[in-house]
Design a protein around this ligand. Structure first.
Ligand code: PLP
Length: 379
């Protein structure tokens, strides 16, 4: 079965009791048992819910995997994977991970006795050099946010060997453009709030693996801690995911056209998009990804204040955090998504005050280009 067929069919047989073609929203917390312990496999909705089970089957299939556990947010999914570890364990992390991931690691999990080393994982040898006897997990994100740097997943998996779990946050690329498990990763995590849900109307997350043992432990944590999505949110994410392929094709077409337009514009200094041959890792992008996605960032040749004003003058790009929905968004990372990182650290990483990030939507690209052109002309 191929990608879109899986998105539309896996986990989504007609409802056995009513014949409903679309998986119902099983808005129930509990299930009536015929006799003590005699039930249809469902006892309590924190543990198991039919709408969530359908979503988990669908999302596992999209990563060509056997198992998925759905969560109430991307951070809850990340926390569940990190809960595979114990006090004293060491983790190597790619240094421009999502800000919320950095916050979870540095402000929550360090208190539980985990230690973290942040390295520029775009160089696989930097990851190898950071490994120690206590290293149990490598956490990667690619492409990264907001600079769209890439990490060579296969090279890193080969370098670290099979004793260490490599986990990849695949939110930016989506399973449509990148399949980390096939490149050697053991676990994939998504914020389904973003492209997988795709309509900016639900918050969710998922952890996906082919490893039965890891899956059992993640499931145990899902039930023990309880960070599960409600049935309606599970249903919204499942509905969104049915059109993931269609949306990603248009996100990418639009993003490429905008990246090319910005790259030749005299008022831009630099454009970061893995689909441009000028991207320093263009060859890796072509090898590792089947498409380049809908995210890009760029710097304007103007002072910070003007860059921030520019972000507020666009007609179709809403000034907002988040990404991956059908509507286009613009954000100023230094003041918005990455505002919690100290300024010197931000600048060291290249997140300068003139940097702007676009989540390119699926609107007609001519409208998006006109919008950008008009605002640039006014600068
Ligand atoms: C948004 C995001 C997360 C966190 O997901 P939530 O659903 O907001 O909890 C994690 N990783 C990446 C790359 C994200 O963009």
């Amino acid at each position: 079965m191929r990608f879109s067929t899986k998105a539309i069919h896996v986990g989504q047989e007609a409802d056995p009791t009513t014949g409903a073609t679309i998986v119902p929203i099983y808005q129930t917390s509990t299930y009536t048992q015929e006799a003590v312990g005699k039930h249809k496999g469902f006892d309590y909705s924190r543990t198991v819910n039919p709408t969530r089970v359908a979503l988990e089957a669908q999302l596992a299939a999209l990563e060509s995997a056997a198992h998925a556990s759905a969560f109430g947010s991307g951070m809850a999914a990340t926390a569940a994977v990190m809960n595979l570890l114990s006090a004293g364990d060491h983790v190597v992390v790619s240094d421009d991970v999502y800000g919320g991931t950095y916050r979870l690691f540095s402000r929550v999990l360090e208190r539980y006795g985990l230690t973290f080393s942040y390295v520029d994982a775009s160089d696989p040898h930097a990851v190898a050099a950071a490994l120690g006897p206590a290293t149990r997990l490598v956490w990667l994100e690619t492409p990264t946010n907001p600079l769209l740097k890439l990490v060579d997943i296969r090279a890193i998996c080969d370098l670290v060997g099979s004793e260490i779990v490599v986990a990849v946050d695949n939110t930016f690329a989506t399973p449509y453009f990148q399949q980390p498990l096939a490149l050697g990763a053991r676990v994939v995590v998504h914020s389904t709030t973003k492209y997988i849900g795709g309509h900016s109307d639900a918050v969710g997350g998922v952890a996906i693996t082919n490893d039965g043992g890891l899956h059992e432990r993640i499931k145990f944590h899902q039930n023990s801690v309880g960070g599960v999505p409600g049935p309606f949110d599970a249903w919204l994410v499942m509905r969104g995911a049915k059109t993931l392929a269609l949306r990603m094709q248009q996100h990418e077409r639009n993003a490429l056209a905008i990246a090319q337009f910005l790259a030749q514009h005299p008022k831009t200094e630099r454009v970061n998009y893995p689909g441009l041959p000028s991207h320093p890792q263009y060859a890796l992008a072509q090898r590792q990804m089947s498409g380049f996605g809908g995210m890009l960032s760029f710097t304007l040749r103007v002072p910070e204040q003007r860059a921030m004003e520019f972000a507020g003058t666009l007609r179709y790009f809403s000034l907002a955090e988040s990404l991956g929905g059908v509507e286009s968004l613009i954000c100023h990372p230094a003041r918005m998504t990455h505002g919690s990182i100290p300024k010197e650290e931000r600048e060291r990483r290249g997140i300068t005050d003139g940097l702007l990030r676009l989540s390119v939507g699926v609107e007609d690209v001519e409208d998006l280009l006109e919008d950008l052109e008009t605002a640039l002309a006014r600068l």
